[in-house]
Design a protein around this ligand. Structure first.
Ligand code: ZN
Length: 152
């Protein structure tokens, strides 16, 4: 499945998949949300510590394919210190990237997922953690978000 992906990007994804960053529970979490992608079997839970509007700390736990884990891992690194509004904007940019392959400079390391658009079944894996993040920020963490209702 990785044949078409740029080697460097592939290495970053594999690294984050094998050694996910911030992969633990946050006992001090002020909000959390779960994501489930039934098409692939990916499940994850995000934990956020909010300081006003700012994401002070973030972590995740879960199991799933390499893309979903790497995406969640890179997400936690990317949104820490950002505001909810900034995170929402990043979600929109990432969503656009994984569906069209268009990356921009703002994305930084997240650009490694640009190649995912060529594998439509993997788009949901890559975006799952982002859906969970938005649900957590909106305080909709009670009910797991699933990618089934996601229109792509
Ligand atoms: Zn997956």
């Amino acid at each position: 499945m990785f044949d078409d992906l740029n080697d460097l990007y592939q290495q970053v994804i594999l690294d984050h998949c094998k050694r996910p960053r911030n992969f633990h529970e946050l006992p001090a979490a002020t909000c959390s949300a779960q994501g489930h992608n039934p098409l692939c079997g990916d499940q994850l839970k995000l934990f956020l510590v909010m300081d006003g509007q700012t994401i002070k700390d973030i972590s995740f736990l879960g199991s799933g394919c390499c893309i979903s884990k790497a995406s969640a891992s890179l997400l936690t690194e990317s949104v820490r210190g950002k505001t909810g509004t900034e995170a929402q904007k990043m979600f929109e940019t990432v969503h656009q990237m994984v569906t069209t392959g268009q990356a921009n400079d703002e994305l930084g390391k997240l650009a490694v997922f640009a190649g995912v658009h060529r594998f439509p079944a993997r788009v949901k894996c890559a975006i799952l953690a982002w859906h969970a993040l938005i649900a957590a920020l909106k305080g909709e963490g009670e009910k797991p978000v699933t990618t089934e209702t996601d229109e792509m």
